[in-house]
Unconditional design. Structure first.
Length: 318
């Protein structure tokens, strides 16, 4: 038996080692295509669109809106057009987000920190690599990426965690790869690490991936059901809800959610048809149960409460 003793293994044309060996018998390797769960971003391929596939320009985009799950959009200067799903995508992808507005549109996404005010799952000073695909109507250069930890997507407590990160785009699909070092100090009430940049009119983007280290691996495609479950930690939508209650006054019952949400959720309800429908305190205070609390109208009498064609949404976005 023979032993090969080297410090590293490198291709003749490479500038760094593919495999680096340590004195304790371990090694590290730059492997690009066979590691699972390496993408820390959710819905990077824009395959889940629970809220809808398009947002019209105008006052709605004066505040953060979402089309593709886990990605927010903001375009206060827009007045026409729309931003949303496109089937123009790079090879291997089905969808992208297209800015068809008449103005720039900011796009952003984030990774929830394991504990408020702590960097975990990240480590201050470590290298992270962000990659995504972009296609522009006209080539762009030096487009800045803002990298922060924050209390909420558009709220207070923003702390810059990397600076000087920018990219160029062309009129064809290009994969942008940016490695940066996490710096600064996380804010005491920060809940997320966020990335954002501006889409010019006509830009399309997809294939977002964030991974630890200084190597951009092949994009990690996930099963649609798995990606949906990850998205439902932050937002759930149920449609065509109909029910009939024979009740003297108030009926309460709990329905367990299939995916536990990040926190108690803001609930929105609407029905296309209602009968004897009175006060409705249905909610989701702990993120585990949909707690129906429906009263008949007028109260004090036995009624058939008949609601149909309903939509219920649960929102626990960061």
């Amino acid at each position: 038996m023979s032993t090969l003793k080297v410090n590293g293994i490198r291709h003749t044309g490479a500038s760094s080692d593919s495999v680096t060996l340590a004195s304790d018998g371990t090694c590290s390797a730059k492997i690009t295509n066979n590691l699972t769960n390496r993408n820390l971003l959710i819905n990077g391929a824009h395959i889940i669109w629970q809220r809808g596939t398009s947002i019209s320009g105008g006052s709605d985009l004066d505040s953060f809106q979402r089309a593709a799950d886990r990605f927010w959009l903001y375009a206060p200067d827009s007045s026409s057009g729309s931003v949303g799903q496109s089937t123009d995508a790079p090879s291997g992808f089905a969808y992208s987000t297209h800015n068809g507005l008449n103005s720039e549109c900011s796009i952003g996404t984030n990774v929830e920190l394991i504990r408020t005010g702590f960097d975990a799952p990240f480590v201050n000073g470590e290298s992270l690599t962000l990659s995504f695909y972009i296609k522009s109507s006209s080539a762009r250069s030096n487009v800045g990426i803002t990298i922060t930890t924050r209390d909420s997507s558009g709220g207070t407590g923003s702390v810059t965690r990397a600076s000087g990160v920018s990219f160029n785009s062309t009129t064809g699909w290009t994969r942008v790869i940016k490695t940066f070092t996490l710096s600064g100090t996380v804010g005491g009430s920060n809940k997320m690490l966020q990335f954002e940049f501006n889409l010019a009119v006509g830009d399309r983007v997809t294939g977002f991936q964030l991974e630890k280290g200084d190597v951009a691996t092949d994009f990690e495609h996930k099963f649609k059901g798995d990606e949906l479950a990850r998205c439902q930690r932050y937002y759930q939508k149920y449609t065509t809800i109909s029910y009939r209650l024979y009740t003297p006054n108030v009926l309460r019952w709990d329905v367990p959610l299939t995916v536990k949400m990040r926190s108690g959720a803001t609930i929105t309800k609407s029905y296309s048809s209602t009968t004897s429908y009175g006060q409705d305190n249905t909610g989701c205070p702990d993120g585990t149960m949909l707690k129906y609390d429906v009263a008949a109208s007028p109260s004090g009498q036995t009624h058939v409460v008949d609601n149909s064609g309903g939509t219920i949404t649960l929102d626990a976005e960061l």
